[in-house]
Design a protein around this ligand. Structure first.
Ligand code: SAM
Length: 424
């Protein structure tokens, strides 16, 4: 009998006893049916251990025996002081494997119970009136890949659990035959909801970097003119409405001949009439926003719990000094709009520390994940298209080598390790 099924036996109150005996499933089958990905005590302990490490209390706390609460689909991991007194619990979502920080005993309460209202280093950890803490948080999230609508997947994530968002949203196609959205307003509303969730999961004062460009709406017939929709400026409004501050507009310049939009400006080139002038777009925006806070950037650097990580995250010579970044576009045979690795690496290095968690809610082929690994960060990738998810599954072993086994997969299985390992 597995430890999990022993727990089921012990927890069989008359209510769940009745429901369990009517439905003739073993506990393992039941877990599978409910899509639990934490099915064993040791997995629950491992997630709780990562969480305690992230709040720097792993050395001071032991675990009691974790139990599953199948009514709420959560694991409860009891927390004990070294003298074996119960001081709280970590609550974990059995499906997503994320720690539910609202239901978990807070760091402050654990510290005060452990040390007679003093923190481990002798100072009481304070929360300011706006809920912000005295030191940056270290996320307990491990590399995660989720298949599905990122709005829904983000709702499951704990607040303040990622350190950088870098993404490029889906392209808005105005032509009804190709459109995924009924209208441009509907498209913006979807992006707004996702920006809202990203704001919630981002740590205090951290960055959201978005690659976005105006969209060309081709004319339907010769009597109409083509139009451009200024998507980046509408995105700006959404960021401000959702509690971000504008930081920078970087222009990604595609070198001459590389991926330039074709056709635009041909008419003007032939006739040279004023008013018909149309430049060929060779840039895309990299918009940089910061989650609004009263903390200075200096706070993240000075108060980082691991100064050696800050030191090793310093950016080497040869960095971009202006907001014009000349980078060749990238191509992928199975995805139409991938980031160049160089772009993803630069953004990650400039806007996060090593070991941080980088989120891409529109992950596509997963370039942000690959760049995160290459720059010693962790990643969270959400993608709703199963075909694109297959690219991630096919390639993830090349980025992570044997660490691919530790990836937290949501709504999708782990990749088969078909590809040979090789370095970048
Ligand atoms: C511009 S592509 C991103 C490509 C990515 N930067 C890369 O390097 O491969 C946008 C991606 O968002 C995905 N997507 C669109 N809406 C989504 C949603 N609501 N949730 C998750 N993914 C979504 C699309 O399937 C597409 O792969």
């Amino acid at each position: 009998m597995s430890e999990t099924s022993k727990i089921y036996k012990r927890k069989a109150t008359w209510q769940n006893f009745v429901s369990l005996s009517f439905i003739n499933f073993s506990s393992e089958e039941m877990d599978k049916k409910r899509k639990y990905r934490i099915t064993e005590v040791k997995q629950a302990k491992s997630v709780a251990g990562d969480f305690l490490q992230s709040i720097q209390l792993d050395k001071a706390i032991d675990f009691g025996l974790p139990e599953i609460d199948d009514r709420y689909h959560i694991w409860r991991v009891p927390l004990l002081s070294k003298s074996k007194e119960a001081i709280g619990e970590v609550v974990i979502d059995a499906v997503t494997t994320f720690v539910n920080e609202k239901k978990t005993t807070s760091k402050e309460v654990l510290e005060s119970r452990l040390l007679g209202r003093k923190s481990i280093n002798g100072h009481k950890e304070k929360r300011s009136t706006n809920g912000s803490s005295d030191a940056p948080k270290i996320s307990s999230i491990r590399n995660t890949v989720g298949l599905g609508d990122s709005e829904e997947l983000l709702i499951e994530m704990p607040a303040e659990s990622v350190d950088l968002v870098f993404t490029s949203p889906p392209y808005y196609n105005a032509r009804p035959e190709y459109a995924d959205y009924l209208s441009y307003e509907e498209y913006l509303l979807k992006i707004k909801k996702i920006i809202h969730q990203c704001h919630r999961v981002l740590n205090e004062g951290r960055f959201f970097v978005m690659n976005v460009s105006p969209v060309l709406v081709r004319r339907a017939n010769r009597n109409e003119s083509s139009k451009r929709i200024a998507v980046p400026f509408d995105m700006h409004r959404l960021f401000i409405e959702e509690g971000f501050e504008f930081v920078d507009d970087i222009h990604w310049v595609k070198p001459e001949g590389a991926g330039w939009a074709t056709g635009r400006g041909r008419r003007f080139a032939a006739d040279r009439n004023p008013l018909q002038y149309k430049p060929v777009p060779v840039t895309e925006y990299i918009l940089v926003y910061r989650k609004a806070t009263d903390k200075l950037i200096d706070w993240h650097i000075r108060k980082h719990p691991h100064p050696e990580v800050v030191e090793s995250s310093k950016i080497e010579d040869g960095y971009e000094t202006t907001n014009l970044w000349k980078i060749h576009p990238a191509y992928h045979s199975k995805h139409p709009a991938v980031f160049p690795m160089e772009l993803a690496e630069k953004v990650i290095k400039y806007y996060s520390f090593k070991n941080d968690v980088v989120l891409d809610p529109f992950a596509g082929s997963g370039t942000v994940g690959k760049a995160a690994v290459k720059t010693d960060r962790r990643f969270v990738l959400f993608e709703q298209d199963a075909e694109y998810m297959n690219i991630i599954k096919d390639e993830i072993h090349q980025w992570l080598h044997n660490k691919a086994e530790d990836v937290n997969w949501i709504n999708t299985g782990p990749a088969d390790n078909k590809t040979p390992y090789f370095n970048f």
